[in-house]
Write a protein that binds this ligand. Sequence first.
Ligand SMILES: [Fe+2]
Length: 199
Amino acid sequence: MYTAKNFEHLLGMNGFSDTLLKNHFTLYEGYVNNVNTLLKKMNAIREERKSGVEDRKEESAELHRRFGWEYNGMKLHELYFENMSKESSEIQESSLLYKALVERFGDIETFKNNFVKNVATFRGIGWVALVQRDDSLGVIWIGEHDEGLLANSNILLIMDVWEHAFMIDYGIKRADYVSAFMRAIDWKVVEKRAEEASR
Ligand SMILES: [Fe+2]
């Protein structure tokens, strides 16, 4: 069973109202609860199977299908809140991440423009992520929580682009939210993820 992580240290973050963040935390906790509920139901069906009760195959299949969506909703929110900070930071030129970004995109500004303009302004709800896939970096769009998520890739940086992530503060001005997010990135966390992904 999973326990929701506490991200209240982010309250007061520049560009994000406490009301927006608290609503977002509540929504995240909903995913954790739903994951636990699904696990309990799937476990119950497995136990019934052992005791010879008629198998609930269709219900079991539906629960398994829903599980990935709720699980990713939980995990992607954790990766998102974890890669933000109230303290502003920059990518360290000595970091592995810096070298990899320059190798892939030419320079950091080009990467940021790619992340923000080419992908974050896509229409629809989902996530934008910088991932380590095989031996290269890539910026990807994840529709909802699961469509387009690359198997066996490592998420280094992720931005929530569901409407609940910004509408309370920015209305339909998604680009302003994206700018606020870019200023709130905790690059130390992203650098650490890049190091771990390269091992
Ligand atoms: Fe969200």
